[in-house]
Write a new protein. Structure first.
Lengths: 182, 450
C-alpha cells in the first residue's frame, strides 16, 4: 500500500503544480489585456474574462487533491482531544470517510454534468462511460466561443484524483487509529 | 416543523459534526444536502444542481483573487522580502528597548501589504525575527507573542483574503472594502507598537537594547525594501487610486482581479531576478498555495450547499425579522455578533466562521438602523468582523498563529506564548471598541472613492 500512497501523492503534487501554471498563465492573460487597454491604438483583448474564469476553476480543482493529502481540510479537534486517544482517532477516520464519500458524489455528479456538455461519442461508447444523452447543441462561451466542455474536462483530473487522495487519507487515519490502540 | 426549527436542527447537526472532527467542508456540505432533501422531499434538485455547482462556484472572476494573492504571498515568503523588511525596521528601531519587537510589528505590516494571509506572515516573519530577538535576549513570551499578533497584520492590512470572501458573500465592492480596512490595519500596527512600549515599561527584563545604527546604514537598508513598496503601490494604488483626474469620479487603474494578477507577476518577477528563486521554490510556493486554496474553496462549496438549505427554510429572513422586531439597540446586536465570533474563534478558523454565520447575520445587519448608509454599515461590519475573527488566530486553545510561531521557538513553552500574546489581544479589543464608537475610521476612506 505504500506505493499506492506514493503514486497518489506524486500525482497530487504534479497536478497542483500544473494548476499553479494555469493560474500564472491567467495572470499573464490579465496583464496583457490591461496593458493593451492602456496603450493607445491597440485593439482591446476580447474574452480575457472568460479565460480567467476557466483558469480559476481548473486551478482550484487541480489544487484539491494536494490539499486533501496535506491534511489541509481543517477540522475542529478541541473536543475529541479530551476523549480517549482511540475515540479521537476513530472520529478522525469517520471524518475522512465522509470527506471521501463527498468527493465520490462530487465526481459522480460532475461526470454527468460533463456528459451533458460533451457532444461527441457513439451511443454505445457514451452508454458504457455513463455519459448519458449528448447535448442538442454544443454550449460555448459568449465571446471566444470556446466549447465549455473543454473547461469542464480540464477540471475532471482534479475531481478524479480527489477520490484516491481521500482513500489515502482514510488509510492514514486508519493507521493512526491502530497506533492509538496499542 | 417550521422553517426556523428545521434550520436550527440543521445548524445543530452541522455543529455537532464539526465538533466531532468531521472536516468543516464535509459537515456543511452533507447537512446542506440532507437538509434540502428534507425540505423539498426529494434529493433530485440538489443532485442535479451538483452537476455544475462546483464548476460554477470555482469559475469566478472575483474569487480567483484568492489563489492569486495566496501564491503571491508564498512567493514573497521565499524571495527574502521578509528578511529585508525586518532588517530595515531593526536598523531604525533596534536601539530602543523592545526595538526589535517594534521592528517585527513594522515588518509584519510591510509584509502584510503584499500578503493576504496571516499564517504565511506569522511563519515567514517568525523565521526571520525570532532567532534575532532570542539572540539579543528578548524573553520567550514577548518575542513569540509579538510575532503571533504581528502575523494577523497579514490579513488586517489589505490585500486580505477574508475581505474578498466577505465581499463576494455580501455582494459588496471589494475595492471599497480594501479601502475601509486600510486605516484600521494601520491602527492595528500602531496599537501593537504601543503595546510593545507599555510591555517593556512594565517588564524591562523582557527586552534589550541594541546599538544605534547611523543614518548611512539606515538609508541603504530602508531603500532595499523598494520591492515591497513598489508591489504594494502597484496593487493597492492601482485598485484604489484615482489615475485620471481629468475625468469625473475615481478612475482606478484596474480591477481587484487585475491588481492581483499584476501583483502576482511582479512578485514572481522580483523573485526570479533578485530574490534567487528557482523552479523548485516556485513549485513549493504553488504547492503551499494549493493546500490553502483547496481548503478555502471546498469550504466555500460546502457553504453554498448549506446556504441553499437555509434559504429554502427561509430561516435567515424570519430570524432577521424576529430580531429586528424586538427593537434591541443596533449597537448591542452588533456587539453580540462580534462576541459570537470571539467565542467561535477559540475553536474555529476565520473563514469557516464567516461562512457559517454571515448568511444569518448579514440580513440582520442590513435591516439595522445604524445612522450610516446601508453600504457604509456593510463596510463597517466587514472591518469589525475581520478584526474579531483574526483575534481567534491568537487566542488559545486553537490560535493557529500561536502554534506556528511557538513551533519555531523550541525552547519556549506554549504557556509563555499565551501569556506574551495577551496584551496584544487587549490592544485588538480596544481597537474594536474604537471602531465601534467611531465608524468613520472605517468608512471615511471608501467614501472618497466615487
Amino acid at each position: 500500500m505504500q506505493s499506492f500512497e506514493q503514486v497518489v501523492d506524486w500525482l497530487a503534487t504534479a497536478l497542483a503544480v500544473l494548476g499553479g501554471v494555469v493560474l500564472l498563465a491567467a495572470a499573464v492573460v490579465v496583464c496583457v489585456s490591461v496593458t493593451g487597454r492602456a496603450l493607445p491604438g491597440v485593439p482591446s483583448m476580447v474574452g480575457d474574462f472568460e479565460l480567467v474564469e476557466m483558469a480559476a476553476a481548473i486551478a482550484v480543482f487541480s489544487f484539491l487533491p494536494r490539499c486533501q493529502l496535506s491534511a489541509g481540510q481543517v477540522s475542529v479537534d478541541v473536543l475529541t482531544e479530551q476523549m480517549p486517544r482511540g475515540v479521537h482517532a476513530a472520529f478522525g477516520l469517520l471524518g475522512h470517510l465522509l470527506l471521501t464519500a463527498v468527493s465520490a458524489v462530487l465526481l459522480w455528479r460532475m461526470w454527468l454534468g460533463f456528459g451533458e456538455k460533451f457532444p461527441f461519442g457513439s451511443e454505445t461508447a457514451r452508454a458504457l462511460l455513463g455519459l448519458g444523452q449528448p447535448p442538442y447543441f454544443t454550449e460555448t462561451t459568449y465571446e471566444l466561443l470556446i466549447p465549455v466542455w473543454i473547461a469542464h474536462a480540464a477540471c475532471l483530473p482534479g475531481a478524479i484524483l480527489l477520490v484516491p487522495a481521500g482513500a489515502v487519507a482514510v488509510l492514514r487515519a486508519g493507521r493512526a487509529m491502530g497506533e492509538a490502540r496499542t | 416543523m417550521t422553517g426556523l426549527a428545521l434550520a436550527g436542527a440543521g445548524f445543530g447537526l452541522m455543529l455537532m459534526a464539526i465538533f466531532l472532527r468531521v472536516p468543516i467542508a464535509a459537515a456543511m456540505g452533507i447537512t446542506g444536502f440532507l437538509g434540502t432533501w428534507v425540505v423539498l422531499g426529494t434529493p433530485n434538485a440538489v443532485l442535479s444542481q451538483l452537476k455544475t455547482l462546483p464548476y460554477d462556484t470555482f469559475a469566478s472572476y472575483s474569487l480567483v483573487i484568492v489563489p492569486m494573492f495566496l501564491l503571491m504571498g508564498n512567493i514573497a515568503t521565499r524571495s527574502g522580502l521578509s528578511a529585508t523588511l525586518f532588517q530595515a525596521a531593526a536598523d531604525m528601531a533596534g536601539h530602543r528597548r523592545g526595538g526589535l519587537a517594534m521592528a517585527s510589528v513594522a515588518a509584519c505590516a510591510g509584509f502584510g501589504a503584499v500578503c493576504g494571509s496571516s499564517l504565511a506572515t506569522a511563519s515567514t516573519m517568525g523565521q526571520v525575527a525570532l532567532p534575532e530577538m532570542r539572540r539579543r535576549g528578548y524573553s520567550g513570551s514577548l518575542s513569540t507573542g509579538v510575532l503571533a499578533a504581528g502575523g494577523t497584520l497579514g490579513i488586517l492590512i489589505p490585500p486580505s483574503i477574508i475581505l474578498v470572501i466577505y465581499a463576494v458573500l455580501t455582494e459588496q465592492n471589494i475595492v471599497k472594502l480594501f479601502a475601509a480596512a486600510l486605516i484600521p490595519g494601520l491602527l492595528a500596527a500602531l496599537g501593537y507598537v504601543i503595546t510593545v512600549i507599555v510591555y517593556v515599561q512594565i517588564s524591562p527584563k523582557a527586552a534589550a537594547r541594541g546599538p544605534r545604527q547611523p543614518w548611512h546604514v539606515r538609508w541603504p537598508s530602508l531603500l532595499r525594501t523598494w520591492p515591497v513598496v513598489l508591489i504594494f503601490g502597484l496593487v493597492m494604488g492601482g485598485i484604489v487610486g484615482d489615475w485620471d483626474w481629468t475625468r469625473e469620479g475615481t478612475q482606478a487603474l484596474f480591477t481587484p482581479t487585475e491588481g492581483a494578477a499584476f501583483g502576482l507577476l511582479a512578485t514572481l518577477l522580483h523573485g526570479v531576478t533578485l530574490g534567487g528563486l528557482g523552479v523548485k521554490d516556485i513549485a513549493k510556493a504553488i504547492e503551499e498555495s494549493a493546500v490553502a486554496t483547496g481548503f478555502i474553496f471546498l469550504v466555500l462549496l460546502g457553504a453554498q450547499l448549506f446556504n441553499t438549505f437555509l434559504a429554502y427554510t427561509q430561516a435567515p429572513r424570519d430570524l432577521a425579522e424576529m430580531i429586528l422586531a424586538t427593537g434591541w439597540a443596533p449597537m448591542w446586536i452588533i456587539i453580540a455578533m462580534l462576541a459570537t465570533y470571539l467565542i467561535l474563534g477559540c475553536v474555529m478558523d476565520s473563514l469557516s466562521m464567516i461562512l457559517l454565520t454571515l448568511p444569518i447575520f448579514f440580513p440582520i445587519i442590513e435591516g439595522l438602523d445604524t445612522g450610516l448608509t446601508p453600504e457604509q454599515t456593510a463596510l463597517w461590519f466587514g472591518v469589525l468582523t475581520l478584526i474579531v475573527v483574526e483575534v481567534g488566530l491568537i487566542t488559545p486553545p486553537v490560535g493557529l498563529n500561536l502554534f506556528i510561531v511557538n513551533r519555531l521557538a523550541k525552547d519556549v513553552p506554549i504557556t509563555q506564548t499565551y501569556r506574551g500574546v495577551a496584551p496584544f489581544v487587549l490592544s485588538d479589543l480596544i481597537r474594536v471598541g474604537l471602531i465601534l464608537a467611531l465608524p468613520m475610521i472605517a468608512v471615511w476612506l471608501p467614501g472618497l472613492i466615487g
